[in-house]
Design a protein around this ligand. Structure first.
Ligand code: OGA
Ligand code: MN
Length: 293
């Protein structure tokens, strides 16, 4: 039976109906999911009772996984999940919620700022697949913004201004915005900025989108304060309600988003409640901009 998708967001985001991710993914379904992602940019799947292994197998059925990297402050002996997963939970390796002032938590809650996954890597991510195993009693939504619709809604003058601009992205910049400066020299080195183009063109649909994230802390050739304020204005524009879908999580949901065409952010929830979220990530194909030494 062909896959059925029902639009759930204002201008994007669809729910895939009657789908069982625990079953092997057929080539036909994989193609339909890619086509759905090209169109909707975010797809949700309800009631997926899948193990980590099954989530990984489903992810691999759609493409190549992003190589593991040290993008968080967790040390390897502190991992709760296999290295092919991003641990997006608030839990330590004993499955206990981290203390409010835990440095790992304070770094991780930087994803409450609008961002696109791995924009701080030279080759940024394609899709992210986030599976909910435990959700808090209130709060903890994830919001998504359609960066194609945001681009389309720019006036011609701003479209001309953003064309060809290159931004510098680093987790150092996003954490500065929430008052987190407590990084070691090793971490600063590891989080060194990379360059990303500000306007992306989708390889299949040809649609243009704004490639923004709170990780963007500069624009090549611009004075920093002017760049930061311009980027802030663009993010404000791109995250108006008419471009945003808010996902209210249920246990068993898996949400997949295209980082090339969307931004997202986590919303706050009670600090003492476990929120167990496990992410697999598909690798992007190439850098979006030339890097400089
Ligand atoms: C992520 C992320 C948001 C959330 O998984 O990359 O930013 O709501 N998640 O947990
Ligand atoms: Mn994220």
């Amino acid at each position: 039976m062909p896959i059925k998708i029902r639009q759930v967001g204002p201008c994007f985001a669809g729910e895939v109906e009657d789908f069982d991710m625990a079953k092997p993914l057929s080539a036909e379904d994989a193609a339909a999911i890619h086509a759905g992602m090209d169109e909707y940019a975010v797809l949700t799947f309800r009631d997926q009772k899948v193990t980590d292994e099954q989530q990984l197998a489903f992810t691999l059925g759609l493409g190549e996984i992003e190589p593991p990297s040290k993008a968080s402050l967790r040390a390897e002996d502190d991992f709760r999940l296999p290295p092919t997963f991003a641990d997006v939970s608030n839990l330590d390796k004993h499955n206990q919620p981290m203390a409010r002032d835990d440095r790992r938590r304070l770094f991780a809650i930087g994803n409450r700022l609008w961002h696109s996954d791995s924009s701080f890597k030279k080759i940024p991510a394609k899709y992210s697949l986030l599976h909910a195993l435990k959700v808090p009693s209130k709060g903890g939504n994830t919001e998504f913004a359609d960066m194609r619709a945001a681009y389309d809604a720019l006036d011609d003058e701003t479209k001309a201004e953003v064309e060809g601009l290159v931004c510098e992205h680093s987790q150092i910049y996003s954490r500065q915005q929430c008052g987190f400066f407590d990084l070691t020299d090793e971490e600063r080195e590891r989080f060194a900025p990379v360059r990303q183009t500000l306007v992306r063109t989708h390889p299949v649909t040809g649609r243009k989108s704004l490639y923004l994230a709170s990780h963007a802390g500069g624009i090549a050739g611009w004075p920093d304060p002017e760049a930061r304020l311009f980027l802030r204005d663009l993010i404000e524009h791109a995250t108006q309600p008419q471009f945003v879908y808010a996902h209210n999580w249920r246990v068993g949901d898996l949400v997949m988003w295209d980082n090339r065409q969307t931004m997202h952010r986590a919303r706050a929830f009670p600090v003492d409640q476990p929120r167990d979220m496990r992410r697999t990530t598909l690798a992007g194909e190439a850098p979006t901009a030339e890097q400089v030494a």
